[in-house]
Design a protein around this ligand. Sequence first.
Ligand code: ATP
Length: 351
Amino acid sequence: MGPHPAVADVRRAVRLCLADLSNRKSGKPDKSGKPDEREQGALVLVACSGGADSLALAAALGFCAPRLGLRAGLLTVDHGLQEGSAERAREVVRLAPALGLGPAEALTVVVGGAGGPEAAAREARYEALSRAARRLDAAVVLLGHTLDDQAETVLLRLARGSGTRSLAGMPEISDIYRRPLLGLARVRTRQACAALGLSPWVDPHNADPAYTRPRVRHDVLPVLEAALGPGVTEALARTARLCRDDADALDEWAGDVYVKSLEAGVGEAGVGLSVAVLAEAPAAVRRRVLRRAAVAAGSSASALAAVHIEEVDRLVTGWHGQKGVDLPGGVGVVRRYGTLYFVGKLVDNLA
Ligand SMILES: Nc1ncnc2c1ncn2[C@@H]1O[C@H](COP(=O)(O)OP(=O)(O)OP(=O)(O)O)[C@@H](O)[C@H]1O
């Protein structure tokens, strides 16, 4: 008898996601079911909170890694924000060998206050995960976001009035991170855990209406599904995929226009763009070029809101002598005749 269908689904998702790293073309296990000692494969880590999504993912990684000729390990992060968090982290680490995961570590982080506790915890978590991955020389770190997480993200961003890049939601691959479960409904990870006899941890925050995401999860999406039909979650995730393709194409176009419009160049004086070249570009492309220039001059991408860029855009398309625009990160934008200058502390990695 084969595995439970949900277990098979999670394993398939992991296999597909790691296929490019595999050194076993057949996908069949070797005799021992363990990675060949002579050709030690790449190390794949799973970031596991102990919740159903990342627990099902960890189990699937432990199963698939030897069959793909890869090594597998686990990282769990103790944010120190909830009672019993250290004990839970230890429990997740203790579970790792039974799941077939080699190095397993609990990382302790200190969460600062900037941007609210959720955002600060996330930032501290990613920093700790990236550092540990570098130290262990891991090729990738897997995250357990599901189709439902993606749909919630898209809905939240729609409600904020986001553009295509933001509506593209979470990418399947970014930097060392991969999200194999983005195409899989959350219910499948619950089913997979149950079928494997695993008892996931339930985050009390996930039911706390004080947080926005739980409200979307429990109050908004069920109402949409009831009113518009059961395909809404899947449809929102599809919107993310479509927006990603559009955003990628526009970014590429904007890259060309950015280079063409660089008039005063990028240097000590700032970034100078040709207004004539900018004015010729479609609005969606122009806004991307302006964002790029702002980041090159020292604004942080996450602090730049759509309203900031719209204000800068008015210096191009609605110019009647206004004095300039201040952007986050201490960047100022001024227009002098045919050139738009972004002046501020320049960052090293220019676009
Ligand atoms: N404390 C943690 N330690 C390690 N990884 C984590 C931790 N918290 C979250 N992650 C990783 O980030 C992913 C998304 O976490 P998030 O809290 O947004 O979602 P979630 O729905 O609560 O996920 P899960 O059910 O796996 O806890 C998780 O699936 C996991 O891979």
